[in-house]
Ligand binder design. Structure first.
Ligand code: ADP
Ligand code: MG
Length: 249
């Protein structure tokens, strides 16, 4: 009998380089996210955090290196890419809900179109997810009738409707009024507790301290630190991280 091969990391990036023209935005990025791990990405504006998220989902092509999700290298295009993208749920700063569709339809749409599930099944799953993010009673409303925090919770439900293996969050609370930040972080914290693999770009240090297994600190396209939250917040090693923490804490 052959020994069981260990499961691959959920996300693996190896020697990833990305340029926008002459601008070197991701510099030899190596990192992994294990199954069930919650990794918070911190760093100043312009350090490459969003580009990294987008590269993992192939919304942004990379110039060299490799990115694999659940052991599968990212295909460049076609059906394989669509399937792989469906494995990666993404939530952005702007909620990007379809304005002319109800909340329920927003959550049902991708499973119907991409996963080809029946409408009965899609509806049942969508209602369960809306329940889970605390918003089932708003199912028939339109996005504009909801608060920003509610809309972002719908966006999370919509991403979850595809049964993703990993969720990427790019500053999910940055566009919200302060009183709505916590309700979104609470939904994310619940997801983390349920064992979802998550990569979260955020400036919410409380969330990073409480929910993250690891903190990755980026600066100028490089991963400068990769450590436990405890270590990062109490004993950052680099001057760049110390400087960053000095400005935000
Ligand atoms: P962060 O999310 O950490 O703020 P980004 O990944 O958005 O950083 O951006 C990294 C760098 O790449 C910045 O200098 C930004 O101006 C640049 N950049 C991002 N997107 C583009 C683009 N589509 N074209 C040209 N430059 C870009
Ligand atoms: Mg960004």
């Amino acid at each position: 009998m052959t020994a069981a091969t260990p499961a691959p990391p959920m996300i693996k990036a190896a020697a990833v380089n990305k340029f926008f023209g002459d601008l070197h935005v991701l510099k030899e990025i190596d990192f992994e996210v294990e199954r069930g791990q919650v990794v918070v990405v911190l760093g100043p504006s312009g350090s490459g955090k969003s580009t990294l998220c987008r590269a993992i989902n192939r919304l942004e092509p990379i110039n060299s290196g490799e990115i694999a999700v659940d052991g599968k290298p990212l295909p460049a295009e076609g059906k394989e890419l669509a399937a792989l993208r469906a494995d990666v749920g993404m939530v952005f700063q702007s909620f990007n809900l379809f304005a002319h569709k109800s909340i329920l339809d927003n959550v049902m749409l991708a499973p119907l179109k991409v996963r080809k599930v029946s409408s009965t099944e899609a509806r049942k799953k969508a209602m369960e997810l809306l329940e889970r993010v605390g918003i089932a009673n708003q199912a028939d409303k339109y996005p504009a009738q909801l608060s920003g925090g509610q809309q972002q919770r719908v966006a999370i439900a919509r991403a979850l409707a595809m049964n993703p293996k990993v969720m990427l969050f790019d500053e999910p609370t940055s566009a919200l009024d302060p009183e709505m930040v916590q309700e979104v972080l609470d939904v994310m914290t619940d997801l983390a507790k349920e064992g979802m693999t998550m990569l979260v770009v955020t400036h919410e240090m409380g969330f990073a301290r409480r929910a993250a297994h690891r903190v990755v600190f980026m600066s100028e396209g490089e991963i400068v630190e990769d450590s436990s939250p405890e270590e990062f917040f109490t004993a950052p090693k680099s001057d760049r991280a110390k400087d960053f923490l000095g400005k935000i804490l």
